[in-house]
Write a protein that binds this ligand. Structure first.
Ligand SMILES: [Zn+2]
Length: 216
């Protein structure tokens, strides 16, 4: 089988992203998973249960749309159905990061609005929160895909976050931005006053095509 995305390139990108997110404490030792689309319905994904701080190329799994493992010696992440479901619904998505970011998880425990406190926060202005469903179940895959809609991210209540991107770099940047946004919003809650927000007209400018909401 020939893949559009070179296996060596895909595996290197996945390993680098996993290491980066683990160091940033957005993946826990065994929690969270990352995938990259190799073909419309074929993905590279991290393995189930292995230590995220020490993954190697041979640990990564190639899975097709039927959930069949085409390459790899470990079982794929138990959230593979979640990844597959999102890829099927979102042709624009090339990479998915399911993380366990402590501040985003905390933020998601409450019904709090994402106010436009920073340009990064504007990206998550419609942040959906999915009710708690058992990890790895078809119900979670279905509900998270529905809730995500066309958004860049969704929170899984009492569990974690799902962030999508055109490629792995964008998905990782957005994962960091989501955690930074939740840090700012949670800190603002500690002060019993309304936070200053970006004026609506400038929020509109931040959302205009060609003006990325995150990055310098
Ligand atoms: Zn999880």
């Amino acid at each position: 089988m020939s893949l559009k995305l070179e296996p060596a390139t895909a595996r290197k990108a996945l390993l680098e992203t996993a290491a980066e997110l683990y160091q940033a404490r957005l993946l826990t030792p065994t929690g969270g998973n990352i995938s990259l689309r190799a073909e419309p319905d074929v993905i590279w994904i991290t393995p189930r249960g292995l230590f995220k701080g020490g993954l190697r190329e041979e640990d990564l799994i190639l899975v097709d749309g039927d959930g069949r493992v085409r390459q790899g010696r470990h079982p794929p992440s138990r959230e593979t159905p979640l990844h597959m479901s999102i890829y099927a619904a979102r042709p624009d998505v090339g990479a998915i990061i399911h993380s366990h970011p402590p501040l985003a998880i905390t933020f998601g425990l409450f019904d709090l609005p994402v106010k436009p406190v920073t340009a990064g926060a504007v990206l998550f202005r419609n942040l959906p929160v999915v009710e708690f469903l058992l990890p790895g179940t078809p119900a979670l895959a279905r509900r998270a895909t529905e809730a995500l809609g066309d958004e860049p991210a969704a929170l899984l209540r009492n569990h974690g976050a799902v962030v999508v991107g055109a490629d792995l770099r964008q998905a990782a940047d957005r994962t960091h931005a989501l955690e930074e946004t939740c840090l700012t919003l949670l800190l603002a809650r500690l002060i019993a006053a309304e936070p200053a927000v970006i004026p609506a007209a400038l929020v509109g400018k931040l959302l205009s095509p060609g003006y990325p909401s995150i990055g310098g």
